[in-house]
Design a protein around this ligand. Structure first.
Ligand SMILES: [Cu+2]
Length: 147
C-alpha cells in the first residue's frame, strides 16, 4: 500500500511540471507572431483566409519597389494570383509579370494550410490579385508599389 501511494504522488508531480512548461511555450509563440507584423526587413505579411473568412488581410497594402510580400494561407481552399486568366479583376502594370502561388496554368490550384507564398515586386505600379475560387465573393487584394 505505501509503495503504491508513493508512485501516484510522483506521477502527479511530473504531470504538473509538463503542464507549466507547455503554457510558457505558448505565450512565447504569441509574442513572436505579433512582432512579425508589417515592414520588417522589407517583407509585408498578408493573411489568406483568416478565421475561415473569404478575405485577404490587409486587403490593400503599399510597399516600395524591391520589397517583398509574403502571403500565408490560414484556412483551406485559397490561392493567390494576379494572372488575368484567373479572373478579369486581376491587373498588373504593363511591364510586370503576373504573380501566382502555383506553378503553371491551373489557376484553381490551392495552397495548403500554413503554406506561404512570397513575391518580390520589382516593377512599380498597382496590382490587383484574387483568390481564384473566391474572386466572385470579393476575395480580392491590391498591392501598390511606389517608385
Ligand atoms: Cu479563397
Amino acid at each position: 500500500m505505501i509503495e503504491r501511494r508513493t508512485v501516484l504522488r510522483t506521477a502527479g508531480t511530473v504531470a504538473l511540471g509538463t503542464t507549466l512548461a507547455g503554457c510558457s511555450g505558448g505565450e512565447d509563440g504569441d509574442q513572436n507572431g505579433t512582432d512579425g507584423a508589417n515592414g520588417q526587413n522589407g517583407v509585408t505579411d498578408v493573411d489568406v483566409g483568416p478565421e475561415g473568412r473569404l478575405r485577404f488581410e490587409p486587403e490593400e497594402i503599399e510597399i516600395a519597389t524591391g520589397e517583398t510580400v509574403r502571403w500565408t494561407a490560414l484556412s483551406e481552399g485559397h490561392n493567390v494570383t494576379s494572372h488575368p486568366d484567373a479572373s478579369p479583376k486581376c491587373e498588373n502594370p504593363d511591364d510586370a509579370e503576373p504573380f501566382t502561388s502555383y506553378e503553371g496554368d491551373d489557376h484553381f490550384a490551392i495552397m495548403a494550410v500554413d503554406e506561404t507564398f512570397e513575391h518580390e515586386f520589382t516593377v512599380p505600379g498597382e496590382y490587383v490579385y484574387v483568390c481564384t475560387p473566391h474572386a466572385g465573393q470579393g476575395m480580392v487584394g491590391t498591392v501598390t508599389v511606389s517608385e
